[in-house]
Design a protein around this ligand. Structure first.
Ligand code: NAP
Length: 273
């Protein structure tokens, strides 16, 4: 039981397909006690059965990260329930539709600000506001994607947000190291979730990743969940500021592997779909 005695909060479960759900489940299976959050009333009802399954029906709290007072209220609730906490999972991102398809050059300042506020600043603000109740041996985890490092079609504005998120992880890690707080990100391969549905041609992205990753498949929320559990547990006590890829190795590929057709001509190693 790698998480026995650990208490933490998970932000970003929308449903059972959410990456945050995979992480919460893996932590619970290893003995962690959880609190989870929802965005608004509509999601409160949806999340009630999930909270029950995760053993935290008494610790299901509202937290829209655009509302600082809700983050403050979350801190007060967690303090009341747990005293100190040992981990935070930040699995939140949002960009207006105009930022996830079309021409990058046309993105508005408003869309840019919204994406940066919800997808990047929220990590800083949640960490800042919950810091007084973080234990001296705690771990903060966020979720990124390769589109923050290299161009990915349609990822557009979210790519810029993920680049800023990954650097925020590193600056937070240095700053909070002296307080015994570790900060890491998982850069997950593409997974069909609610958030992913907003990205143009996402189905093609899934096929491309499965075809061109060394392990020739897509990742699951259970796989990301297990890696997340490792980064939240003492197993990773010497790991901070890291962007840990859980993507079947896709990020190491500089070029798709070559196959040859019956005439000996090179073709791209597409799985035939
Ligand atoms: P998801 O299930 O849709 O989760 C996204 C979460 O963000 C939802 O719970 C959503 O709440 C929440 N959220 C959005 N705006 C919020 C706000 N203002 N305040 C609080 N919460 C807010 O999708 P997911 O794919 O698991 O995404 C989780 C994280 O993984 C994101 O950072 C995403 O960029 C990252 N990621 C995803 C993939 C992928 O392919 N799916 C790959 C790599 C990284 P509501 O649903 O209630 O609006």
């Amino acid at each position: 039981m790698f998480m026995k005695g650990k208490k933490g909060v998970v932000l970003g479960i929308a449903n059972k397909k959410s990456i945050a759900y995979g992480i919460a489940k893996a932590c619970k299976e290893q003995g962690a006690e959880l609190a989870i959050t929802y965005l608004n009333e509509r999601f409160q009802k949806k999340l009630a059965p999930i909270a029950k399954e995760l053993g935290c029906e008494e610790r299901l709290y509202p937290c829209d990260v655009t509302k600082p007072e809700e983050i403050e209220a979350l801190k007060a609730s967690l303090e009341k329930d747990f005293g100190k906490i040992d981990f935070i999972v930040h699995s939140i991102a949002f960009a207006p539709k105009e930022g996830l398809s079309g021409r990058f050059v046309d993105i508005s300042k408003d869309a840019f600000s919204v994406a940066m506020e919800i997808s990047v600043y929220s990590l800083i603000e949640v960490t800042q506001k919950l810091k007084p109740i973080l234990s001296e041996n705690s771990s903060v985890l966020t979720l990124s994607y390769y589109g923050g490092v290299k161009y990915i079609p349609n990822y557009n504005l979210m790519g810029v947000a993920k680049a800023a998120l990954e650097m925020s992880v590193k600056y937070l890690a240095e700053d909070l190291g002296k307080d015994g707080i570790r900060v890491n990100a998982i850069s997950a391969g593409p997974i069909k979730t609610l958030a992913a549905a907003g990205i143009g041609d996402f189905g093609f992205m899934l096929k491309w990743n499965a075809a061109h990753s060394p392990l020739k498949k897509n990742v699951t929320i259970d796989e990301v969940g297990n890696s997340g559990m490792y980064l939240l547990s003492d197993l990773s006590s010497a790991v901070t500021g890291e962007i840990h890829y859980v993507d079947n190795g896709f990020n190491i590929m500089g070029m798709p592997a070559v196959k040859f057709d019956e005439n000996g001509k090179p073709t791209i190693a597409w799985n035939g779909e």
